[in-house]
Design a protein around this ligand. Sequence first.
Ligand code: ADP
Length: 407
Amino acid sequence: MTNTNPVILVVNAGSSSVKISVYVVPESAHENVDIQPTLVAHGQIEGIGVAPRLVARMADGRSVADESFPVEQVADHDAAFRLIRLTLQIGLRDTPPVAIGHRVVHGGIDFADAVRIDDDVIARLETLIPLAPLHQPHNLTAIRAIRGAAPDLLQVACFDTAFHAGHDPMAQLMALPFEYYERGIRRYGFHGLSYAYIARRLQQVAPDLAEGRVIVAHLGNGASLCAMRGGRSIDSTMGLTALDGMPMGTRCGTIDPGAVLWLAAQGMEPDAIQAMLYGQSGLKGISGISSDMRALLASDAPRAKLAVDFYAYRAAQEIGKLAVTLGGLDGLVFTAGIGANSPDVRARICAHLADLFGIALDAAANSENCQRVSRDSSRVPVLVLPTDEEGMIALSTARILRESGGL
Ligand code: ADP
């Protein structure tokens, strides 16, 4: 690979952070859609508008930047984006990108695959802001900022919902009056970039399993589970919004809608209810200590234990539900921050599954986060596979770049 190979940027803009990864498209990708671009550098700014900190490094680990900034200097996402790009360009010796791939959380009914961004796409994505209020506005801010600065640069939106697009109505329905379903008020599912990556990865590491009935547990700050058959999504625990399903770091997961009505009847405004369900609930709400799983596992406080126990119980319950959808279970995969790194949480979840599914973890393999963490005697194999959502975005962006004649 030379310095002249096309460069793609992958942008993941969250509520208080912007992450940019730089990929180089290898020669062979000009012919073949399935060639994965190579990561060369990554930069991110956390604490935008609060305590901005920039960290950037090359893929080989060499640090490019590690610096805190005064709030005024990185007051918004636009400033953060410019700063990271500038920093990474130093590392990249000024090779300009030929395309930018964005993580966009909600694609609604319209988008079943990654798409080239134009004004019409932006307008349609704006209508979905109420369905992903914590993510979608920031995803769109990054898109608009780049479009303003470089209108001709190819931008691609890659959706967390797209992998779930083929769901049967059974997985999409909510039992509201049907007209709402027709208006798009239906269960979509999220974390699809992660699940799409895991489906690909399974084909490489366990091709037999990849053909079967597999449940993937994406346990990060957000958390959901996906039921897959033959590498395709059949159902997921998240619904219309990324609030549904199992409890998360700060999000509530499934609750009785009557609880929301009760809060409203108490006079709580919709914005305040939204802030509570998205930001003050889940592990943080129950423990009263932290949304961070590591902090809870390290704590002796009874409510920290209660929060973790409830998290594992609910994850196991959802696995049972998805196994019914699949009509059985051939494999269980853990991924994302907690799923890939916490032997303790995996063990707690799998303890609930021992009798029903004959799942038995290998304690030593589990403690080392090995790729296979179940015993040979386990009726269902349990795998740990780190995810790579950004790699998936790079792959889709390279495909659209190629289709539009840019490679
Ligand atoms: P995001 O959803 O923001 O991408 P991650 O996938 O990085 O988040 O997951 C963050 C979560 O992973 C946090 O709760 C963090 O405590 C947890 N985590 C990371 N490493 C470990 C670990 N070794 N043990 C337990 N939890 C961990």
